[in-house]
Design a protein around this ligand. Structure first.
Ligand code: APR
Length: 252
């Protein structure tokens, strides 16, 4: 699929001193990552994710919620980064090259860790990471939990249950990640919004903040979104094809 990439878009990316990128579930679609809704197979088909991904559900039945996330971790763990993830890692790499020192901030709503596996470095995980856990009581993070026969495992510090380090329905986003994301949107000169429906706040506001601060905003999505009418450019294509062709157009 040949995608028309305007030269003014290429020039804006080439000249940017700070590139910010927001990604959503669409970027992982080509890796076959099951979305929240289609992760419901077999045993789990009878459960509604909106009722499992809450603090109340965990308090009521920690074992069931932990096991549901263990199931989702297994599905996500089998997925591999796709060409879109690799293209974003390469774009960051090029920003750091000797001829061109530009800042690069990758803000993702995805909890699958695929950007890091593809080699991206400066990543803000707005909705957490399914492979990490934190203490249900103290909210302190741990990249790993103690191996134990008990489900859920216990916090190594206080002995209370560990929970997945993801943002559940009704919860606030991590403060620091949110602040950094808004700072990036305010200070970047080019902002990409890729594979996100742009309906879940506060992430949905980020491209509009970037526009208000004068950035060129580029949407990559096969479908129209609430951002489309305001974006400076829209590439109506899947992210893997659009981003690899953009890299090629940017040249070495
Ligand atoms: N390339 C780019 N975009 C794609 C592709 C693709 N190959 N396939 C689908 N899309 C687009 C869809 O058109 C849609 O606009 O990706 C978007 C996915 O939208 P959502 O499923 O709403 O995902 P997202 O925007 O990440 O949702 C935000 O909502 O469900 C919660 O917490 C969850 O982080 C998630 C948040």
């Amino acid at each position: 699929m040949q995608i028309e990439i305007p030269t003014t878009l290429i020039d804006a990316v080439r000249q940017a001193r700070h590139l910010a990128v927001l990604t959503g579930a669409g970027v992982s679609a080509e890796s076959g990552v099951p979305t929240f809704r289609d992760a419901q197979t077999g045993l789990w088909a009878q459960f509604n994710p909106q009722e499992l991904a809450t603090r109340e559900a965990f308090a009521r039945n920690p074992k069931m919620v932990w096991e549901w996330y263990a199931h989702r971790r297994e599905l996500v763990g089998r997925a591999e980064p796709n060409a879109g993830h690799y293209a974003l890692a390469e774009l960051e790499n090029r920003c750091r090259s000797s001829e061109r020192v530009a800042k690069f901030t990758l803000i993702t709503q995805n909890i699958d860790g695929l950007h890091a596996r593809a080699g991206s470095k400066n990543i803000i995980e707005l909705h957490g990471n399914i492979f990490h856990a934190k203490c249900f009581r103290e909210d302190t993070r741990a990249a790993n939990w103690l191996p134990t026969d008990e489900i859920p495992p216990r916090c190594p510090r206080c002995g209370s249950y560990m929970r997945p380090d993801v943002v559940w329905f009704g919860e606030a986003l991590p403060r620091r990640a949110l602040d950094e994301s808004f700072r990036a949107a305010e200070s970047c000169d080019v902002f990409f919004s890729i594979g996100t429906s742009g309906v879940v706040e506060p992430a949905a506001s980020l491209p509009f903040v970037a526009l208000q601060h004068g950035a060129v905003v580029i949407e990559v999505n096969p479908e129209e979104t609430p951002l489309s009418a305001s974006a400076t450019f829209c590439l109506r294509a899947p992210s893997a094809a659009a981003l690899t062709q953009l890299l090629a157009a940017l040249g070495e």
